[in-house]
Write a protein that binds this ligand. Structure first.
Ligand SMILES: *Cc1c(COP(=O)(O)O)cnc(C)c1O
Length: 468
């Protein structure tokens, strides 16, 4: 009996047609898309000429399917779709064609230049992506008695900190913190038989810490568990954690990827074939599709199609934008570094940053060697930096208040320069003690450098620093 014989002839016909469609798509990816450079993938993703003409009335831009659900030809098609045997989308809480265009593009960009195959689940926010990626890893029974634990760098986004510190423990899983994510002995000391996954963020928001992905991934794999990396700040234009052994990459797509700032979005991109002890059996072959079609169908955090297309539009120019923004940030960091009112600057692009060497090993502008302007590989370090104002919290507040053009906002990744004081905003809930451990003093200003002319950004900072 072939695997299809258990279905009625009508259902079988749909499944066979779907398999042929999948083969065509796989061939298109293998023979065309995988041979393109990063920019071409960012511009087109999986949206082919054929798809535009045959399915979308020739629309050159991926259409926004503003429809809650999909209608079916007959009962057989409906039955096949709801068993996930054919690539329908059914209902926009589960899937939607516009969202799939974004997911396909993100999976391709994150695996660019590697032989890793990955899939993506887009979500309604970065936090829902981190929740979606981690919750299933705490859901099955551990092999050993006792509850799950997981090990995370403590230098992570404030919202992730609260998820790990408060929410996951409410479900019975303990978070164990690593204070210095470059210290491999610290990671080793926290792991035991009930550890479910390792988690790191790099470069971290706001203090710009870094870690050796390859070393931490090797450690995770030696314990038969996955490594999750929050790569929001770097984006695949500067760093692709899969190339260094990570298993799952999460993003606040809200940030640099959607630099226009039109809304909130997130993504989980996961390697295919994660046969680790904490991965639920149904999720081992294709974890991101699993969370999309099963847990997230039930939790309901998937992204709206409208937002998916807005994000897709921003992504098309990601590489050149990150290059420009990073160069701006480098100039601003150098200006701040030499300013008498500034105690210290945290930016990975500064040679005196303790993580500069490690970051320079892994953070490159993708395809710069094929760029007419560079013709060689060039390091870029992103557009987020932080600096501490001499004299403590009050002078830092005065500098923030005196900014004229740079907006005071907790956001980051924007095409517009934005600044905030994390100790009174993004990282306020986690308390002074844990901020101290994570390296976030109350005179630290986080600055996300935008695409304005750098002279204008520097002039605004200069006049504000004069009021410290
Ligand atoms: C903002 C942010 C998040 C959370 O993403 P939202 O889209 O705000 O939910 C997670 N990680 C990092 C590094 C972030 O900067």
């Amino acid at each position: 009996m072939t695997d299809l014989e258990k279905f009625s002839p009508g259902v079988r016909r749909y499944i066979e047609a779907a398999r042929r469609g999948q083969e065509d798509r796989d061939r298109y990816v293998r023979e065309m898309v995988k041979k393109w450079k990063f920019d071409t993938i960012a511009v087109h993703g999986l949206y082919s000429v054929q798809e535009a003409i045959e399915k979308n009335q020739g629309a050159v831009i991926e259409p926004i399917f503003m429809s809650s659900s999909q209608a079916w030809r007959d009962a057989d098609e409906m039955e096949a779709a709801f068993q996930y045997l054919i690539p329908g989308w059914a209902y926009s809480r589960i899937a939607n064609p516009s969202t799939s265009y974004l997911e396909g593009t993100l999976a391709l960009l994150e695996t660019y230049g590697t032989d890793v195959e990955a899939t993506c689940c887009a979500t309604s926010s970065g936090m829902s992506a981190i929740f979606s990626a981690t919750e299933p890893l705490l859901a099955i029974e551990p092999q050993q008695t006792g509850p799950w634990n997981f090990v995370s760098s403590c230098q992570i986004y404030g919202g992730t900190y609260m998820l790990f510190k408060i929410r996951h423990p409410q479900m019975g899983a303990e978070c164990r913190w690593v204070a210095d994510p470059t210290d491999m002995d610290e990671w080793k000391a926290r792991i035991d038989n009930n550890t479910s996954f390792l988690f790191g963020e790099l470069p971290s928001n706001p203090q710009q810490s870094f870690l050796d992905i390859k070393a931490v991934a090797d450690l995770a794999h030696a314990h038969n568990i996955p490594l999750i990396i929050d790569s929001t700040i770097a984006t695949p234009a500067l760093l692709r954690p899969f190339a260094h052994g990570a298993d799952i990459v999460v993003h606040s797509v809200t940030k640099t990827m959607t630099s226009s700032g039109f809304g909130i979005a997130g993504a989980v991109i996961a390697k295919k074939g994660m046969y680790y002890k904490s991965v639920p059996y149904e999720g081992q072959a294709d974890y991101a599709s699993f969370i999309k079609l099963l847990p997230n169908r039930d939790f309901g955090p998937n992204l709206s199609p409208f937002h998916a297309v807005l994000t897709l539009n921003d992504l098309r120019t990601l590489r050149s934008k990150i290059d420009y923004l990073s160069r701006n940030a480098q100039r601003v960091a150098e200006f701040l570094h030499d300013h008498p009112k500034v105690e210290k600057v945290m930016y990975l692009g500064l040679p005196d940053n303790p993580m500069h060497k490690l970051a320079s090993r892994d953070m490159w502008l993708v395809d710069s060697e094929y760029d007419d302007v560079y013709r060689k590989r060039v390091n870029r370090y992103g557009h987020l930096l932080s600096f501490c104002v001499k004299g403590g919290h009050q002078p830092a507040r005065r500098v923030l208040n005196a900014l004229g053009r740079i907006m005071r906002a907790t956001d980051l990744g924007r095409i517009k320069s934005l600044a905030n004081i994390p100790a009174i905003s993004t990282h306020q809930q986690q308390g002074e003690e844990s901020r101290e451990e994570a390296g976030i003093p109350d005179n630290l200003i986080r600055l996300c450098v935008g695409a304005e002319h750098p002279d204008d950004i520097i002039a605004d900072l200069d006049q504000a620093l004069a009021k410290a």
